[in-house]
Ligand binder design. Sequence first.
Ligand code: MG
Length: 358
Amino acid sequence: MKITDIKVQTMEVPLLEPFRISLGVITHAKSAVVSVETDEGKVGYGEGSPGILITGENLPGTAAGIELLKKDLIGLDPTDLEAVYCAMKRSQAHASTVKAAIDIACHDLLGQKAGLPVYQLLGGLNNFIETDITVGINKPEIMAAKAKAWVEKGFDTIKTKVGTGIEEDVARIKAIREAVGSHVKIRVDANQGWSAKEAVQFIQRLNEYDLELVEQPVPYHDIAGLEYVTKHTDVLIMADESCFMATDALRLVERRAVDVVNIKLMKCGGIREALKINAICEAAGIPCMLGCMAEETNIGVTAAASLGAAMKNITRADLDCTFSLSKLPFKGGMQVEGANRLVLSEKPGFGFLGLKED
Ligand code: MG
């Protein structure tokens, strides 16, 4: 099989409401959808969803990066995943959403050629994964009401955004815990909003609200700060923005700087790099979560869910961005069953059926 062309289409899908985190406000999913075409008539789909607050890329840049890759990728066999990945790395530094888009599409093609769903090619532990649901930053009573409504729909884990100030943040967690009761897990994501010492003080004050974990308490570059927080608190500490690539994961586990690592395809550049992160963490006894950008659609989430379902060391999922979309732009892929279960297609590849017509 050979790649004959790569087409890119950008789209922006409004969120049902603006989503606020400590770094800023997100209003739209933004996706560069790629179709990788082949000489056998098969087409693989992928997406690159830049979250400028996290990856530093924007949508025109992602689309332009994919266009630039064409000259390096046309003629390659898309199912030679390592060859494709090496060609992308030679062509562009970083550019993780560019690489993720192509990598997802090539996994789709590998599955189609093999006649197997991608989750099975990746290990096939399960054909589904259960996700938490995230509540954006707002007034405590609004966050509590939203959390309660999600629990009533059937979610058993609430992830809540914080990071604007210790007193406000404590009020938010208190309100959410009182609203959802003691049986619901609460994970907290500060998106780099605190210093290491603030984080330790904050987590000590929150002990009574029984947090499951705290995600990215300190700025992404402060690995010593992450290590300090992990060593001075009992709650699990998770890296998100501090871990883009496998090399970041290695640095984190060498220092025992975190207890859990959040893998996102849009940070690391696709499934191939994600597998390396997971392997490093698993060898160190550190479980992973599979997360998504708020800007992703059901293409990226299907790919992430396929990896998360397949691997034993991926014990948590934060793959909730499609619940915030005003419409699902793509046909096929994963389907939501019940409140929180993302069930993968049994069709070869990811089971994508193309863009919906407006
Ligand atoms: Mg995060």
